[in-house]
Design a protein around this ligand. Sequence first.
Ligand code: NCD
Length: 330
Amino acid sequence: MTPFNPPIHAKNPHLPFGDKQDSPFYGQDIISVNQFDRQQLAYIFDVAHEMYEMVARVGSFDLLKGKILANLFYEPSTRTSSSFTSAMERLGGSVIPINNVSYSSVTKGESLPDTVRTLEAYADVIVLRHPEVGSSALAAKYAKKPIINAGDGIGEHPTQALLDLFTIQEELGRVDGLTVTMMGDLKYGRTVHSLARLLSLYDIRLNYVAPDILSMPAEIQEEIGAKGIPQAAFTDLMEVFPDTDVLYVTRVQKERFEDPTRHENLKGIYVVTAETMSHAKDEMIVMHPLPRVWEIDMAVDEDPRAAYFRQMEYGQYIRMALLAMVLGKA
Ligand code: NCD
């Protein structure tokens, strides 16, 4: 075959065709929340707001027409993968879904760097969920197109933290001055690792409620402490619940336990019920990244302070904003 002239690989890898190259995050990877400052967060939330208004008005529109997202999931997902799909499709783009890697070349022994270099030949952006900490950073090292970390083992889940922060801002109207209590599996829960770091950019107070074996990792507490954020650990929610503005509940990540009986022993210890809610402020919210297993009783769903289903919807607008930004259209 006659070689391309000039060779394809000599061109700007980030598809310069009509893209706004001065768009914040254009062509960038989203790997960790540590890459954001408050000004950038405010910008992302403004774009997410515009996405919300557009979806409410017209449902979908053609901002990313012709762009392709590869959704590469090596771990189970309902919300993250489907909200990235709906975000891309509402913006007029399309999606290559690889959410069952057992049907892909991964089972033939293909390495992550090779898989992402394959997908970037066909797609403009890759969303990656993988069981190993650092997998998205590794993929980004090899890929020329943007990689968005959708969860790297017990490491980070930056797009979840962005939607969590957006939820707090939208529901309570502010972030500064709030007391945020995180409860459940703080050791293996990547959502709380990212959220705690992101919240440390604000003037907040952080409480951790967990059994000793699931406490917030010391290195994350040190990182947050270095920013001057007051943090305190408790084993009983009632010690801090009446003063809490945001209760962020997490599932015990049983798939991360080496010994499953240890997970069974924890079952039912940290559960939010309607009775628990009677001790909370009137103006506060309960959040959860979902899926919920037993840690919030279904009776709590009727309480207007239960924000976890609304939180999911905010995620779609955040992911629309991020895709538009990394692809140079916002
Ligand atoms: C979380 C995850 O995958 O880390 N889910 C999500 O993305 N909404 C939380 C969890 O699985 O418990």
